[in-house]
Design a binder for this molecule. Sequence first.
Ligand code: GLN
Ligand code: ZN
Length: 785
Amino acid sequence: MSIPISTLGTPRIGPRRELKTALEAHWAGKQDEAALLSTAAQLRASNWARQSLLGVTHIPSNDFSLYDQVLDMSAVVGAIPSQYGWEGGPVPLSTYFAMARGRQGHGDQGHEGCGHGGHGGGGIPALEMTKWFDTNYHYMVPEFRRGQAFELASAKPVDEFKEAAALGFHTHPVLIGPVTYLLLGKSKDTDLDPLALLPGLLPVYAEILRKLAAAGADWVQFDEPCLVLDLDERTRKALRQAYDALSSTVSDLKIMVAAYFGGLGDNLELALGLPSAGLHLDLVRAPAQLRQAVERASADKVLSLGVIDGRNVWRSDLTALLDRIEPAVADLGTHRVVLAPSCSLLHVPYDIEAESAFDPELRSWLAFAAQKIGELKTLSTALVDGRRAVSDELARSDAAAAARRVSTRIHDTGVAARMAELTPAMGERQHPYPLRRRAQEWLGLPHFPTTTIGSFPQTGAVRKARADHAKGWIDDADYQRFLRQETAQAIAWQEEIGLDVLVHGEFERNDMVQYFGEQLAGYAFTQHGWVQSYGSRCVRPPIIYGDVSRPQAMTVDWARFAQSLTKRPVKGMLTGPVTMLQWSFVRDDLAREQVCRQIALALRDEVGDLEQAGIRIIQIDEPAIREGLPLRHAEKEAYLTWAVACFRLAASGVDDATQIHTHMCYSEFNDIIHAVGGLDADVISIETARSRMELLDAFRAYRYPNEIGPGVYDIHSPRCPTVAEMRDLLARARERIAGDQLWVNPDCGLKTRSWDEVRPALVNMVAAARILREETVSARVATPA
Ligand code: GLN
Ligand code: ZN
């Protein structure tokens, strides 16, 4: 007798990103479909074998995906919008990839930039893409239409179950639950409510269950993370209806409903009441719900205890965990328990063993997917055979936990002292915005000042020089010379085309978080710690392991150099504290809010040094503020309050006459506009080109008082916007925002574009601003006050 171990899902990109390589080769036409599918099959086989070897008993299948598991589900149920030209039958791979990436008209117009689907003229756009709950994983949004019909159009779940069986692995297929699947979808028919499609969808799910049962499956996992959200009565009803239908479809096929990314809260009763054989609980985000669930679960319900953090990279304190779960397991009986990570291991890297160059002390505190499975195995053995059976493992875990608690690598008394001295005044500028505005007049900017968001094209030459430098092929001096040359050219060109506020171009930066993290104390970087962001895109989030501080200035030399080349103001460029936090794995022994404050303090020093160096316009990018929003409404305000406070701590140490900018790029401001106002940046630039300025409605309704640069150039598209187009967009902006509040800039940084695309676009942008200035002057002459 042992306690089963489940993983809910595993990383699938490959330990060396083999899937990325194969996908990109296939998309580039260098590898045929068969070669891609063979790589995919190998990755699945090794995932199953690895888990089996590590002791996983409930090995998942259908957790693999060539692009995204939500897109897979759309293919399975035949929810394929008409523009992709599908005419029934098995969904061809080319159709699947068209939904993922668009069908190109000309040039590669796939997804890029800061996480948005991009498409230019011609071709068929991809499905919309957005973040999977509060993770950095992106899924393809299902698109439904009026009269949407569903049919089993891909047998992937059944095929992969059989594929595993043929290799000797009995697996638990994983499917996105029907209610979560529908809730994630959207329709262009605005009056269509996705939940109304449930009755039509359930028969397809039932058909899959019958096929899986016939193939020999005994458990199926339905992921219903919607259970951790605020749900209305309709959604609750839909959940009951769905699982009433599905649990009676095949009598001996058991269903595990998986709820993760938070506590069930007021949905606990509902979740426990669903007629499923099992319920998975996230006991990392919501440890307290274990007691309640044990007390209220019916006597035959299996509980899957998500006790190992599937969202973070820290080693668990196994003794402390056992103290917590032993009583619950005793109450339930081992036959009613499964041990699992809090959520699928998709969100952590494969194996810490791959990090041969990693600092050994830090490494001893970490657990990636492979190590997490080892922890589950230790817990399982301890719960059945007693702690003595795993005394070595527990001793190692105790030692790591104890060492980490007192390590001087983590606890910096200097940081603690500064944190203790924080005052509310440090979050306030000297004077309110109207006075600052006057103090900033010395900058001498024209009406409708023009600027860019920071980065200029990261050309092949720039990337090659960086790689060659990293490999030691070119020395520091040569590399610096190269970067100076790029920067100088960028400054000269910006002057030449008449931009008002210049940027240095960010050629020295590999990534907007990594560049800063590498220079801050308390941050560590892996070599192979990739996690999937979307499709073939992976990120290697830095690990914040200790108190964060700034040993020395990070950007001042580059800013000073750029400013020395021109009389026009050069904008200093920093990544904000919330974004630095949000795009990292964060230590779990200190509240996120406190970690963010430490980063903010380090950035505040940088802002001060820039100002001292004569940089009087400083931009602090916060593209990630919105995605940090908690899933539950009741927790949102508390988050926004500290996020805003951290930004202000970073930004407020400067003189009134120094202008602070911020930048955000996404398409939803309504629910956070008060927080955006609360940042009190002198100028904010946002992404508005594709929404044709409709985003500004939120700013108008809020009566946003400071200056705004609504993007007039959609940088996700290779298309060059014309002067007339941008002038028209600015006219639309002026209908919403007073002219003297407006700046003129692109939607986002230009690093993903080529100079051939950027040059004419920015020339046109400057021309559009000039026309606007002339029109304003003549309007004033025509209608004297
Ligand atoms: N300053 C950054 C850049 O221009 C901003 C990037 C972003 O918003 N994601 O690249
Ligand atoms: Zn941006």
